[in-house]
Every structure is written in structure tokens, then in C-alpha cells.
Design a protein around this ligand. Structure first.
Ligand code: GTP
Ligand code: ZN
Length: 340
């Protein structure tokens, strides 16, 4: 998909769903995919709601992706405008469009998950020439499943704030994501103080003031060192799981006035696409199934608990706001249930 090649998803009991990702297509690729010149477009439920194109059939499931019927004006640039919200306010969408129920709901939902994993906009041309490259929803889900994750290697790593630390790296055969744990201090039989940190290139490396990730990362290392011992998990879930490019698209929408929640929805993603099963598996591979968790996010506690890790205590982890992240922190408090 990243190369702009078509694929087909085959879910049990459904016809194959043949797809060409809008983001990596171009007019020539579209022409090869759909020589007759007209092609339906599949978009996510969130994007359809933003465009007021939710399935017009009364009984439709509001969470299902939506198919936009082909029309002569649904050409490549128009499909790009359906997929990419960055131009929503600048250019009015052509139309009218008619939305219809998707004939392969399982495959369509898997296609939306696959776009997120690929870091692409969740929108596809569908029903073109079958490429005979087939993947299944199972194979897509294995990509992010925790079960194959294994400890790959470990080494001493003194860091600023914790000289007595060890880095442990984890890999899985089904995915390129390499997660790491920083074990600080020596296990002493007490439940470790744990921080689940999701990758944030802009905050962690560039010192972005739009979020609180960088200060939270460093404060967590200090808090764990001060507590005696504990573990920082550095999870490769950039942008709450939508990837760097899509997070930066969300930032562009935030520049237009949308908050962090609405920006994700306009792009067609869940508000938080992370799966904390990976973190639970890492903790278990480190021999820990009872922890104290540094977080303000109840979803992290619930995610770990449902994956079999007992959170004996939630330890708040708030840092002072700055003028650039005030609204972001307020949105977390008011719209995503953070206990700040
Ligand atoms: N999609 C999206 N992701 C963002 C945005 N701002 C920050 N992030 C990502 O959010 C994640 C940071 O989340 P965490 O530090 O785990 O914070 P949290 O879920 O709010 O929970 P706690 O800090 O534990 O209370 C990182 O992956 C960031 O890249 C945004 O505006 N949009
Ligand atoms: Zn951040």
C-alpha cells in the first residue's frame, strides 16, 4: 500500500474487497485499477460523519466504513479531498455524493485498521482490477498483536536521572515495531513503579511545547529512580497509534482550530488507537504482573488490567502547563477522561 499497489482483503464469509489506497494512488494508477474511469471510494465512519456522508440507509451500523457511489465527478482530486481533511475549510467539496452500505463489512473494517498501521489516510478506491495479492483480517491484526513479542536483547544503559538502568528491547516476527523497556534500579520484591510512555518524536526529541510528553518522560525517569526501582516502557505508538505523519496532519487541523479529539475524528481515526496489550506482555516478560502505574489516563489502567496486569495503585503524573499545551491538557481532562 505504501508503494501505491492495490491489495485485496478476504474475510471469512465475504467476497474479496479489492482496494487501492487513495493517499499513495495517482491518476495513472487509478486508471490502471479502474479502466472504466469510475470507481467507488471507501472512507471511515468518522470521516463520513465529518463530511455528513454517513450511510444514508436507515439501519446502518454507525461504526462501519461507508462506500461513496461512483459518479463522473468522483475523480482522483475529488477522492483526495474526500480522504484528506486538510483542505476541508479551504475548498468546498464537489458533489452530490451518495453513500451506500459496504458489502464486505469485516474486510472494510480491517482495511481501516490496515491504513492506520501503514500510517496512511484511511480511504480507498475499491472494486477495481483484482491484484490477486490477498491478505486476511487475521494477518492484519497479528501485526499489532502482543502474543509474538519476545525479549530480543538487554544491556546496561546509564541515563540522565538514573545511572543504574538497563535497557531491554523487544521484537515480534509480525511487525517492525521495536519496543523498549528501561529498568531502573534493582527489583526488590515490591511492585515496580511503571510508566507507559507512547512515542512522541516532536515532544521527546524536539522539545515540542504542544504536548506534555517530553517533560513527562524525564519526570517519569526521576520519579522511578526516586521510588527505588521501576520500569519505563517506551512504546512505539506515535501519535496515540496513528503514526507520525497522521499526527502532524492532526496538528495542522489543530492550527485550524480543531482540538486533539476532533482532529483525529476528521482524519477518520479513533481518538486513541493504542493497544496496551503490548505493554502488558512486556511487563510479563520482565516477570512483573503487579505494578504501580504513573498515569492520569484511566484507559491505561483498564488496558493493563484487561490484559492480566494488576495495577495496585495509580500514581498521578501531571506537569505544569505552558501557553502552547494548555488547550491540549484541558481537552484531555474534559473529553478523554484524564484525571489531572
Ligand atoms: N493523534 C494525536 N496524538 C497526540 C497528540 N498530542 C500528543 N499525541 C500523542 O499522544 C501520546 C502521548 O500520550 P501519553 O504520554 O501516553 O499520555 P496520555 O495517554 O495522555 O496519558 P498519561 O500521560 O499517562 O496520563 C504520544 O504518542 C503522542 O505522540 C495529538 O494532538 N494528536
Ligand atoms: Zn507529545
Amino acid at each position: 500500500m505504501r508503494r501505491g499497489w492495490p491489495i485485496a482483503i478476504e474475510a471469512p464469509g465475504e467476497d474479496r474487497l479489492v482496494l487501492l489506497a487513495v493517499e499513495t494512488a495517482d491518476a495513472v494508477r487509478l486508471d490502471t485499477f479502474a479502466p472504466a474511469g469510475k470507481c467507488p471510494v471507501l472512507i471511515s465512519s468518522g470521516r463520513a460523519a465529518t463530511l455528513k456522508l454517513t450511510n444514508q440507509l436507515a439501519a446502518a451500523d454507525p461504526d462501519l466504513p461507508v462506500v461513496i457511489e461512483p459518479t463522473p465527478w468522483l475523480d482522483f482530486p475529488t477522492a483526495t479531498a474526500l480522504a484528506d481533511p486538510q483542505l476541508d475549510l479551504a475548498t468546498p467539496l464537489k458533489g452530490p455524493f451518495r453513500s451506500i452500505a459496504v458489502a464486505q463489512p469485516l474486510a472494510a473494517l480491517a482495511a481501516i485498521r490496515l491504513a492506520r498501521i501503514a500510517g496512511l489516510l484511511p480511504a480507498y478506491f475499491i472494486d477495481g482490477i483484482d491484484p490477486e495479492v490477498t491478505i486476511t483480517p487475521d494477518a492484519i491484526d497479528r501485526h499489532q498483536s502482543a502474543s509474538g513479542l519476545m525479549l530480543a536483547t538487554r544491556a546496561r544503559l546509564p541515563v540522565a536521572g538514573a545511572e543504574n538502568a538497563e535497557i531491554v528491547a523487544f521484537r515480534s516476527p509480525d511487525s517492525g515495531d521495536e519496543h523498549v523497556a528501561l529498568v531502573i534500579g534493582q527489583p526488590d520484591g515490591t511492585p515496580p513503579l511503571v510508566r507507559l510512555h507512547s512515542e512522541c518524536l516532536t515532544g521527546d526529541v524536539l522539545g515540542s511545547l504542544k504536548c506534555d510528553c517530553g517533560p513527562q518522560l524525564h519526570a517519569a525517569i526521576h520519579a522511578i529512580a526516586d521510588s527505588g526501582w521501576g520500569i519505563l516502557l517506551y512504546l512505539r505508538q506515535e501519535g496515540r497509534g496513528i503514526g507520525l505523519v497522521n499526527k502532524l496532519r492532526a496538528y495542522q487541523l489543530q492550527d485550524q482550530g480543531f482540538d486533539t479529539v476532533d482532529a483525529n475524528t476528521r482524519l477518520g481515526f479513533a481518538i486513541d488507537a493504542r493497544d496496551f496489550g503490548v505493554a502488558a506482555r512486556m511487563l510479563r516478560l520482565l516477570g512483573q504482573d503487579r505494578i504501580r502505574l504513573l498515569t492520569n489516563n484511566p484507559a491505561k489502567v483498564a488496558g493493563l488490567e484487561s490484559a492480566g496486569v494488576t495495577v495496585a495503585e495509580r500514581v498521578p503524573h501531571s506537569l505544569p502547563a505552558n501557553p502552547h499545551n494548555e488547550r491540549y491538557l484541558a481537552t484531555k481532562r474534559d473529553r478523554t477522561g484524564h484525571q489531572l
